[in-house]
Write a protein that binds this ligand. Structure first.
Ligand code: HXC
Length: 524
């Protein structure tokens, strides 16, 4: 028979054992696919899933879920290879104190491939993020569906996709591609709000180079098919790219600081030490004397936003329009701006699509939009018309017209033709529309206008010069529009920041009623 002392000794030893066993199991799970595969991951210049999460979230804030989940597959001898966690690390933590849910594919475990159990882990996090109305970030580095599981993996993907769609417009969803991302793995990111990539280490494609070779006989590398350069400059699948894991993760923290947690919270506000009344005299000379000379619209954005802090979206694609997030009086604002430095700031199909998506993102998440306008019109030509310029241009028109967030527009120079209407004009819903004294609001430029309406005088250069001057004097200014109230005020360029900040403060509680509908039918 045990004495009481002996019994308590046994108890304390066994408790210690239990705790140690837990620590051992945790340590085992944290090793993922093992030291060798972790070394290989580092050798490729990539961090492990847990290292990435550590960098993304505030120090020691990560709470991991489902560390011990294993797959239940018994085909192809899989019952003998079970690795705790099953290729994805999931949980939640904080970014500058705000709750964020996260899942990170662990390439060291079955190449991060998605099994039924792996999918269940992601689904749990997606459901929790939606319930808690908090952003979700996915870190991708994986080989697609777990080949040994077949249809069970496909079913898992479907469940993930559906949740992406249900959460769309409710919580921000961000995807960061940090390694391979192929097959089923590409479509979940494609339905999130933003995709970012890591240069030279990540690629995204539906089918890889081998399949491409078999089907189309094209020879391409993974980088050529779906590297960061392709997706940030050609396909526009990705919104930006960074040089390495560390930079990418730190930039995601920066992006999250700009985003509301959900569609009801409103744009976040951080303390700002930048005076909203700050004037910038250099803006008075931003517009060159020659109306055909370009200038850098980014300079205006950087001089208007708080502390010059601007997070650009799709910087390398359709550079004739700029989209991105900044702050005014500490509160997030979306900026859309024609860029005269590229194609004279013309609206083409790519620029329209890019800006339309951004406007809809801001509107979905109650982020006010400031539009800087200097646009000579829509780009003419067969390439554009065959490419569906009408439909793509309509996307931007549609996006601005349906937006109910505060819309402030400043016309700095050209506002010609249909593009004048599209770019958050008063007529499609602009709340406060300002123009600089250098604005030219007209159906088209003077030369084109005169060539059409005074065709009979074309052989008389003197007459044409006189007509052009007459057209310029009458229409190449903001005043015809201001006379009609299409422009609320002609403002001094140097006071642009103050005027916008005051307009946004006035519009803070804007309310707009729209008729009930199931959803609209934007020209896709
Ligand atoms: C199971 C996989 C896997 C997969 C990789 N692995 N992909 N295991 N299912 N899909 C395993 C490998 O066997 C290997 O295990 C480890 O992960 C690392 O893979 P490597 O090939 O050694 O690495 P690397 O050379 O870097 O190549 C990475 C890769 C390649 C490019 C991702 O593994 C690859 O092509 N994988 C298959 C991609 C694919 O076709 N997936 C299915 C897509 S179809 P060991 O034990 O050796 O470390 C799909 C349909 C869904 O996703 C559609 C839904 C709409």
């Amino acid at each position: 028979m045990l004495s009481e002392t002996t019994f308590s000794d046994v108890q304390s030893i066994s408790m210690k054992d239990i705790l140690e066993r837990l620590e051992d199991r945790r340590a085992q799970a944290r090793l993922g696919g093992g030291a060798k595969r972790i070394e290989a991951q580092h050798g490729r210049g990539k961090l492990t899933a847990r290292e990435r999460i550590e960098l993304l979230l505030d120090t020691s804030s990560f709470e991991e879920f489902d560390m011990f989940v294993e797959h239940r597959s018994t085909d192809f001898g899989m019952e003998k290879v079970k690795i705790p966690g099953d290729g994805v690390v999931t949980g939640w933590g904080t970014v500058n104190g705000r709750t964020v849910f996260v899942f990170a594919k662990d390439f060291t475990v079955f190449g991060g491939s998605l099994s039924e159990a792996h999918a269940q882990k992601i689904i749990k996090i997606q459901d929790m993020a939606l319930k808690m109305r908090a952003p979700i970030v996915g870190l991708f580095d994986a080989g697609g569906a777990r080949i040994q599981e077949g249809v069970a993996a496909l079913g898992g993907y479907g469940e993930v996709f559906k949740r992406n769609v249900i959460a769309s417009g409710v919580i921000p969803q961000i995807s960061l591609i940090m390694g391979p991302c192929a097959g089923g793995d590409v479509y979940s990111p494609a339905m999130t709000d933003f995709i970012f990539m890591v240069r030279d280490r990540s690629y995204m494609f539906v089918t890889g180079p081998e399949v491409v070779k078999t089907v189309t006989n094209e020879t391409v590398t993974s980088e050529e098919l779906g590297g960061a350069k392709v997706h940030t400059t050609k396909s526009s699948v990705a919104d930006g790219a960074y040089d390495n894991d560390v930079e990418a993760l730190l930039q995601m923290r920066r992006l999250l600081d700009f985003l509301p947690s959900n569609n009801l919270d409103g744009a976040p506000e951080w303390p700002s030490y930048d005076d909203p009344n700050r004037v910038d005299d250099s803006l008075d000379t931003l517009i060159p004397d020659n109306p055909n000379k370009p200038y850098d619209m980014k300079e205006l954005i950087l001089k208007v936003v708080d502390e010059g802090d601007f997070f650009e979206i799709q910087e390398a694609f359709a550079k004739n329009i700029i989209t991105g997030l900044g702050r005014l009086e500490g509160r997030t604002v979306g900026f859309v701006a024609n860029q005269p430095m590229v194609l004279a700031g013309v609206l083409d199909a790519d620029a329209s699509r890019k800006a339309a998506r951004f406007v809809r993102f801001c509107d979905a998440f109650n982020i006010p939009i400031v539009t800087f306008e200097d646009v000579p019109g829509f780009l003419p030509g067969t390439a554009q018309e065959y490419g569906g310029l009408i439909k793509h241009g309509a996307k931007l028109l549609f996006a601005y017209s349906e937006a109910t967030v505060p819309l402030v527009t400043v016309i700095t120079r050209k506002a010609f033709g249909g593009a004048y209407d599209v770019m958050a004009s008063k007529h499609v819903g602009g709340d406060v529309n300002y123009a600089w004294p250098t604005a030219q609001i007209a159906v088209m430029g003077a030369k084109g206008a005169v060539e059409i309406i005074f065709r009979q005088d074309m052989n008389d250069p003197e007459k044409i010069a006189a007509r052009t001057k007459e057209y310029e004097d009458r229409f190449m200014s903001p005043f015809v529009a201001a006379e009609r109230g299409y422009i609320d005020e002609v403002i001094m360029p140097h006071s642009t920041r103050r005027r916008i900040a005051r307009a946004l403060a006035m519009l803070r509680h804007k309310e707009v009623e729209r008729p009930w509908k199931k959803h609209d039918n934007i020209p896709l």
